[in-house]
Write a protein that binds this ligand. Structure first.
Ligand SMILES: [Zn+2]
Ligand SMILES: [Zn+2]
Length: 276
């Protein structure tokens, strides 16, 4: 795919772009490389997606010092123990991964990491290796609060309409912003978070034909994603979290979003890199 905007310095790497039930694509993980060079991981997929597809795109697990978590469904976070293990193996002196999320999601991650066979000790602040070295630090984040990830990169979250503790993220660097919806039903409040962003990455489970099905599983249609993009006045929209039915032909999703949003629309694929 071609780049669809004059670049402002972000490179977005889509490591996994499938819905939870998708068997054609990997689960959700996205790397935002900021104009200042830092790589911010948005969600951690399941299994070794971040490690494998990250490596294919020239990334090391030790690049991921900051992870912003949208929610604690398995398809967004079960890769975390694998990332933690590789970071600890490759660079034992590595600083702990800073894991940002809602208090509720981080409590679930604590349970995920505490499985005895993982060899981790979990406390309220994160996870520690058996030698006592901290490898993950939990950073509970309140909606609306700016968190300074690095001197040149900050982020803010807002609640969305999916499961308890689900949030969307806005990452800002160099005067530009990328917004990620995570999983959500139609959520008009997301337009405030995404206002004027360079890029909105929004989930799109199906088209309006199957609207009730999307609502039943707490997801959005492509038209709903397009409406948020239009309301927020973003520079560009990328659809992700694609289900089996649209894997081979994503054009119906893109066409529906384009019918309500005036800007450029793309549909992500695993290992696609987008410059904005
Ligand atoms: Zn999901
Ligand atoms: Zn979900």
């Amino acid at each position: 795919m071609e780049d669809n905007l004059a670049t402002t310095g972000f490179t977005i790497s889509y490591l996994g772009t499938g819905s939870g039930g998708c068997i054609m694509r990997n689960h959700t993980a996205i790397v935002v490389e900021c104009p200042t060079g830092e790589r911010i991981l948005l969600d951690a997929a399941s299994g070794n997606t971040v490690l494998r597809h990250g490596q294919a795109l020239g990334m090391s697990p030790t690049d991921f010092d900051h992870c912003l978590l949208s929610h604690s469904h398995a398809d967004h976070c079960e890769g975390l123990p694998h990332i933690e293990m590789q970071r600890s193996r490759r660079n034992p002196a590595e600083q702990p991964m800073q894991l940002y999320g809602s208090e509720r999601a981080l409590a679930d991650i604590g349970t995920l990491l505490a499985l005895p066979t993982r060899g981790l000790n979990v406390d309220a602040d994160g996870a520690l290796r058996t030698d006592g070295r901290r490898s993950i630090t939990f950073r509970p984040t309140e909606p609306g609060e700016w968190v300074q990830l690095t001197p040149g990169v900050r982020a803010r979250c807002a609640p969305v309409n999916h499961i308890g503790g689900a949030i969307a993220w806005r990452v800002e660097s160099g005067g530009h912003a990328v917004v990620f919806s995570g999983d959500t039903r139609w959520c008009p409040e997301l337009a405030d978070l995404a206002h004027g962003a360079t890029l909105l990455i929004h989930e799109a489970f199906c088209t309006e034909d199957d609207r009730s099905q999307a609502d039943n599983v707490a997801h959005a249609t492509a038209a709903e994603a397009g409406r948020i993009a239009q309301m927020a006045g973003v520079g560009s929209l990328t659809l992700t979290h694609i289900d089996n039915a649209f894997h081979a032909d994503t054009e119906p999703l893109a066409a529906e979003a384009r019918s309500v949003y005036d800007g450029p629309v793309a549909v992500a694929e695993d290992c696609w890199q987008q410059r904005v």
